[in-house]
Design a protein around this ligand. Sequence first.
Ligand SMILES: Cc1ncc(COP(=O)(O)O)c(C=O)c1O
Length: 500
Amino acid sequence: MARLGLEKSLIDREVYRRTVAQARGAGVLLPTFGQLQDPSTILPAIAGRLGGVEPDAPDPMNLFRVHWFNDARRSGRVATPGAIELSPELTASPARIVLALGERFPMIGAHKVLAAYGCLAPRIVTGAFDPTRHRAIWPSTGNYCRGGVAISRILGCRGVAVLPENMSRERFDWLEKWVSEPSDIVRTPGSESNVKEIYDACAELDRDPANIVFNQFCEYGNYIVHRLCTGAALERVFHAVADGRPHAKLAAFVSATGSAGTIAAGDHLKEKYGARIAAVEAVECPTLLMNGFGEHNIQGIGDKHVPLIHNVMNTDVVIGVSDHATDTLLTLFNTDEGRRYLVERRGVEPALVAGLAAFGISSICNIVAAVKLAKSLDLGPDDVVLTVATDSAAMYGSEVVKAKRRYFGNRFDAVAAGETWGRYMAGAGVDHVLELTHVDRKRIFNLGYFTWVEQQGVSLEDFCARAKQSFWDGLLDLAPAWDAMIDAFNAESGVAARLK
Ligand SMILES: Cc1ncc(COP(=O)(O)O)c(C=O)c1O
């Protein structure tokens, strides 16, 4: 498991020493997992300095904004993470569907920078990654690699983004501005669901010992950071929406899975509130639903494999959502005609309609899945369904243009808006909703064998250990050990003392 970032002691003292020196030179202070879970524990001196730092700048202080508690301007902090509750006028569902807002994360406007930090920080403090000599390789379908490249730049090391060539133009525009050299963007064949091609490119890069691959699909740091930080953040959101509503119940946590990092928050919410955990995928690539394959455009939820860090045996429901729904709803939410229809014909509050730009394609996928789940389980006004908006529509302006052309002959008018809402919101059905039995879970779990044991060389023992909840719960012990090492690292670099 060494390759999967599970060490909790020093591996290479020389590397560690060089990394401490690099952090000293670059003025990099590392936040602990505990601070990102509960940012009120960040020292006032640090929090005070953050005020003067632009949230999208490659400034080391922005590592202290890699959490869910940034305010709407992303300069200060709030007690409850930014979230939007959808109204029944929009969803045609009585259940309370609430999305936490990933757009408030710094530098990339998506919560995947948290996953990147969760994978990198343990490697840094254990001396497993040398920013003075190694290149950090970030395989992704688009946001994780941006997070990784951002953090690499802060650390003063080379960060390489590996992503499919057909991801949205906005992602590439962002990357071109942030990488040190154009060759640090590696375009792999295909689009969203071509994850195997990403693995292949990484295997090639991995042959060079100067490259360290941070594979989010199998790095347990990704699981741990989400279970702790995203879990705690969603818990706060639930408390806020349940305030004054004694019958409010956390019915489910819904998460479209890419690396299956985010869905780890479900383990926390199930443990504390008994929430069901629903994994969502594209109907066009129904890997979890029916061991299937195919192309789709729900960017960020690459598929055709079961990530190693997906706690499949603790997943309760799988939901398939079509990319026709997400592409056309993206158009509905991000055009004047669509917004007008929602306000004037459906009576959706203008403030909520204005907030819909906070939802990127996978966020809309989560919304549709939440509506389908609510229908399937007959959820009512006391039932809260939590989910996340990983990124906003800012990354998908070019996709709205494409969707208009593809689905509406370039004419998106009130009729098209009505058809879209009627078909995918009011008409969202209980098709492609599978409540998992033990056998269903085992089928999905076993499917992972072919990727991880046969292709990627994980030992059978390590693979099978993941069938037990105790394995996943045990991972949490790593966080305090890493935090102690992060504190020691900061003390040795001297940056902590400088900021006091
Ligand atoms: C836009 C978007 N949505 C959803 C996901 C899936 O999140 P996770 O990888 O944590 O499962 C990703 C992952 O990169 C993403 O970029």
